[in-house]
Design a protein around this ligand. Structure first.
Ligand code: OSB
Ligand code: MG
Length: 378
């Protein structure tokens, strides 16, 4: 608790970073990752966060254009205006409450505020959030490949690196036969599939057939905004359903669990509007004995570090999409990239805040637009 934070300026950056390999999902292919970085300055410290959206609104309804607009026009002025009333970082989400949705935009500012707060307290973000885990098991998410042999060799390589769980992206035409061959070749590997909402209840026959493969879960098989049809599907499927896109806050989780729409929750800090809601969802799922895991959004090092902090909470009992920097980047924006501590494991940073050092040189190298907002202007 304690004194309020005095933010003197906020910097928004639009970033573009080349991925090592294109990443294909049911909603499209990403070659260069576009996203935003938020810097929040106070007393010589800087809180950082990423806004994990893209140029186009394909994962959800937000894109960089909408996020920038909503942050610049509404969220940043609201934050500057009300900052003296914020006694603790969880107050930021209350300030943003009048603005509907725009979770990824809100999360960028809210998460930067948490980092800044933790740094000014000289404590790690994990500690501030009451994280208990020091080292995390890591899974990998593998995009749709050009052929099944190409996929099998990718899985081989990631398994050899020590990843504790393999997640495969699926879509109509890249599903049953692919999973069958993967299961034949890797009978014991912890395996799951993520459809990014590519199916409907008309595909129920096919989805039920996935029960053959002993998957840990199927992630978001049906529409991005649905919890009703998922409940129908879950009643007919043995494999646990995990919701990603459909979950924005703890009430969504309550409704989904009450309806029996899923048995596992993917928590992404961005998708739920920031760390406060992410922790709420974690705590609620713990009460209801529902496991959670930390999803990924092709983050650079700043977002990766935020994910490690939240994933250090006790109920993150399933390996997350919290891979080392090298999974996606030739060069990350950190002085030292995030790496395995041992195969398949990553240590939660213990330094102040997100506990990683951002390289200003690399940050600038991949910045395409930069704008600074001063508290006095609002
Ligand atoms: O659905 O989890 C998803 C990447 C972009 C958008 C949505 C998703 C993903 C991933 C990648 O699966 C996870 C990662 O960052 O490693
Ligand atoms: Mg997903």
């Amino acid at each position: 608790m304690g004194k309020t934070l005095n933010i003197d300026r906020i910097v928004l950056r639009k970033m573009s970073m080349p991925l090592k390999d294109p990443f294909e999902t049911s909603f499209g292919t990403i070659k260069d990752r576009s996203f935003m970085v938020v810097e929040m300055h106070s007393e010589g410290e800087v809180g950082y966060a990423e806004v994990v959206t893209e140029n186009a609104p394909l994962y959800n309804e937000e894109c960089i254009g909408t996020a920038w607009h909503v942050m610049e026009t509404f969220l940043i002025p609201m934050l500057f205006k009300a900052q003296n009333e914020i006694m603790y970082p969880d107050g930021v989400s209350s300030i943003f409450k009048p603005i509907k949705r725009h979770y990824l935009a809100k999360s960028g500012l809210e998460s930067a505020y948490w980092d800044l707060h933790a740094k000014l307290q000289d404590q790690s973000l994990s500690t501030i959030l009451s994280g208990e885990r020091e080292e995390l098991e890591v899974g990998v998410s593998i995009g749709i490949q050009s052929s099944i042999p190409a996929l099998l060799s990718k899985i081989d390589a990631y398994a050899a690196e020590g990843y504790r769980r393999i997640k495969l992206k699926i879509k109509p035409g890249w599903d049953y036969d692919v999973l069958k061959e993967v299961r034949n070749k890797f009978p014991h590997i912890p395996l799951m599939a993520d459809a990014n909402s590519a199916y409907t209840l008309q595909d129920i026959h096919l989805l039920k057939q996935l029960d053959e493969f002993d998957l840990m879960m199927v992630e978001q098989p049906l529409s991005h905004d649905d919890i009703i049809d998922h409940s129908t599907l879950q009643k007919q499927m043995k494999t646990p359903i995990c919701l990603d896109e459909s979950i924005h806050h703890v009430d969504d989780v309550r409704r989904a669990l009450d309806l029996g729409s899923c048995k596992i929750i993917n928590i992404k800090i961005g998708r739920v509007g920031g760390l406060t809601e992410a922790k709420k969802i974690h705590d609620y799922c713990l009460e209801r004995n529902v496991p959670v895991w930390c999803g990924g959004m092709l983050e650079a090092g700043i977002g990766r570090a935020h994910n490690l902090a939240i994933a250090s909470l006790s109920n993150f009992s399933i390996p997350g999409d919290t891979s080392p920097s090298s999974r996606y980047w030739q060069e990350d924006i950190l002085e030292e990239p995030i790496d395995f501590s041992k195969p398949g494991m990553i240590q939660v940073p213990t330094g102040p805040g997100i506990g990683v050092h951002v390289s200003l040189e690399k940050l600038n190298k991949y910045t395409t637009v930069l704008k600074t907002y001063h508290s006095t202007e609002c």
